[in-house]
Design a protein around this ligand. Structure first.
Ligand code: IMP
Length: 217
């Protein structure tokens, strides 16, 4: 049984649409969300921690809103910005920009304690985690006879999903987070019903890739 690690039951319902009946359940575990400037390492760290906690296959996701005219901000800091500035302020800031194009991105991290082939989706081998924990000398000879930096023994397979759009004044009552200010194909995510949003969303795209790969796992 696969554990989708989240405090949000809505994400598990979405995952259930892509995976065989009864193959996924929610694990309500609050893993450490490290600050990083990319989503992949955040999802990978979370997946490792959750796997060590659950001792069973886990799926962790990390998502964010990337505004072109703000060089991708808030990106991996989206949760923090939603909690501090709030979604309406993000719209107000974007309203002054010439370029209001934006994208939601989602990275799923899967860990089951085994190794993976890297292709076509990437594998995070925890080099940065180990390097950060080991300090500035990491990467030099560590005496284990192997070349290069040490890696975490738990590889994590990553799957990324993306949806383009633009930032608009808030519209719609559905969804959550930045949905009211994110317009895709003429509608904000908050104006779409759940099925329509799932059909185009960053998380749906990442789940689609994951489900195809997982079917052969
Ligand atoms: P998380 O990684 O799912 O915790 O999401 C990070 C941030 O992005 C939070 O502020 C979420 O509200 C926001 N976010 C993630 N996915 C979506 C989405 O599908 N719609 C709107 N906001 C989202």
């Amino acid at each position: 049984m696969l554990r989708y690690v989240t405090t949000n039951p809505g994400k598990v319902r979405e995952a259930e649409r892509y995976l065989p009946d009864g193959s996924v359940e929610r694990l309500d575990f609050d893993y450490t969300e490290v600050q990083a400037d990319e989503l992949g390492p955040i999802a990978a760290r979370g997946a490792r921690e959750a796997y060590r906690h659950a001792d069973a296959p886990v799926l962790v996701d990390d998502a964010g809103l990337f505004v072109e005219g703000l060089d991708g901000f808030p990106g991996p800091y989206s949760s923090y910005v939603e909690d501090t500035l709030g979604v309406e302020r993000v719209h107000e800031i974007a309203a002054d920009l010439d370029d209001r194009r934006a994208a939601f991105r989602c990275v799923l991290g899967y860990c089951d304690g085994e190794g993976f082939a890297a292709s076509p989706d990437p594998v995070d081998r925890g080099d940065r985690d180990v390097a950060a924990a080991a300090g500035p000398d990491e990467g030099e000879d560590d005496g284990d006879g192997a070349d290069g930096p040490e890696t975490d023994p738990l590889p994590v397979k990553l799957f990324e999903g993306y949806v383009p759009g633009r930032i608009v004044a808030p519209r719609g009552d559905g969804g959550f987070g930045y949905d009211p200010i994110f317009e895709h194909d003429g509608e904000t995510f908050a104006e779409m019903d759940t099925d329509r949003k799932n059909a185009v969303s960053h998380r749906g795209r990442a789940l689609e890739k994951f489900a195809e790969w997982y079917a052969d796992r």
